[in-house]
Ligand binder design. Structure first.
Ligand SMILES: Cc1cc2nc3c(=O)[nH]c(=O)nc-3n(C[C@H](O)[C@H](O)[C@H](O)COP(=O)(O)OP(=O)(O)OC[C@H]3O[C@@H](n4cnc5c(N)ncnc54)[C@H](O)[C@@H]3O)c2cc1C
Length: 303
């Protein structure tokens, strides 16, 4: 075994109860299947474990990054120095609070949360069923699809600051906007969220979810690794239409390409590196600008 770095040794010695992995390939934890090793990846199972990790990272003055399901992240080829805290499947659990409200932990996938709501006969989360991320990642960036956005159903969010302190934030305090919340500025971490839904019919809710999944698989390149829509929707247009209009369907840089099925998706067609994807996104943004005068910006979080 290779020698541990000072940081790996210290975290290992000081937090023996927490599940850790060293030089963990980010490609195993991102839907793009791209990214080098994380110096330390930690999998906290509770708020308490997460708080311990945050306090230790402050003490050791090490960089931290929060990872959900990794479906909106482009991780660097050279790997990540410091600590990556992976919350998917770690902060786990869902409960019904009353007739119309549910509480979902940040590590639960949006798909599982939508099925949970459907089984309770609660409507409003159908749009989120096909979004492959975690509830934490979804809240962080106000995920949405088919006219729905998490901000429309999210009542309040429990967050932890980087010192390990917990508090609840109202929907208003979250300052949600298109693919954005205040957490991008504060760096606070989603622990769980309460969703306010409406009473509905389970069979109808399931049918709607099935219909939306059908639409996705008909139009999106779900057979190839990607991070979903590569670009945000610009003012005055749709990124996919602008990319298509610039004749860029199938445009390729190394192992990364604009999907020929859906121009809004950048896909890993085999062996793509983060450098390939970044170059592809830059070139596509430039060409779209030349063609339409509209600048498109990446939606995927480039680490
Ligand atoms: C095939 C495909 C289809 C997609 N379709 C859609 C779609 O229709 N609509 C849509 O909005 N998105 C879509 N996405 C993108 C993605 O699923 C969403 O952006 C999702 O919300 C990301 O969640 P995640 O858990 O994967 O977050 P990650 O990718 O793990 O992280 C994204 C960002 O959120 C932060 N983060 C993650 N968890 C937390 C937390 N608990 N607290 C604070 N910050 C956190 C991370 O630090 C990072 O900056 C799609 C992706 C794919 C691959």
């Amino acid at each position: 075994m290779t020698e541990l770095t000072e940081l790996q040794q210290k975290i290992h010695d000081l937090l023996p109860e927490i599940e850790l992995s060293f030089q963990e390939p980010m490609s195993k934890h991102t839907s793009f299947r791209i990214g080098g090793g994380a110096e330390v990846m930690a999998f906290p199972k509770s708020r308490e474990e997460l708080a311990k990790l945050l306090k230790l990272s402050t003490l050791l003055d090490c960089k931290i990054a929060i990872l959900g399901a990794g479906t909106n992240v482009l991780a660097p080829d050279e790997g990540i120095e410091g600590l990556v805290i992976c919350l998917k499947d770690c902060l786990d659990g869902m409960e019904q609070l009353d007739e119309t409200r549910i509480r979902v932990m940040a590590g639960v996938t949006m798909s599982r949360a939508a099925v949970f709501a459907a089984n309770l006969g609660l409507s409003g989360m159908e749009f989120a069923h096909g979004i492959p991320g975690s509830v934490g990642g979804g809240i962080y960036m106000n995920a949405g699809a088919y006219g729905g956005e998490l901000c429309q159903i999210c009542e309040q969010v429990e967050v932890m600051d980087r010192a390990g302190n917990l508090r609840w934030m109202t929907n208003e305090e979250m300052q949600f906007s298109y693919r954005h919340s205040i957490l991008e500025e504060t760096g606070d971490i989603v622990i769980c969220a309460d969703f306010c839904l409406t009473k509905g019919n389970t069979e109808e809710i399931r049918a709607r979810m099935k219909e939306l999944i059908g639409k996705r698989s008909a139009s999106q390149p779900l057979d190839l690794p990607s991070a979903g829509s590569a670009f945000k929707r610009p003012v005055g247009g749709y990124a996919a239409a602008l990319i298509d209009g610039a004749g860029l369907k199938g445009y390729q840089v190394g192992g990364a390409a604009i999907s020929s099925k859906h121009a809004g998706f950048a896909v890993n067609i085999g062996g793509a590196t983060a450098a390939d994807v970044k170059k592809l996104l830059q070139e596509v943004s430039d060409k779209v600008y030349e063609n339409s005068g509209i600048r498109i910006e990446p939606e995927v979080r480039i680490w």
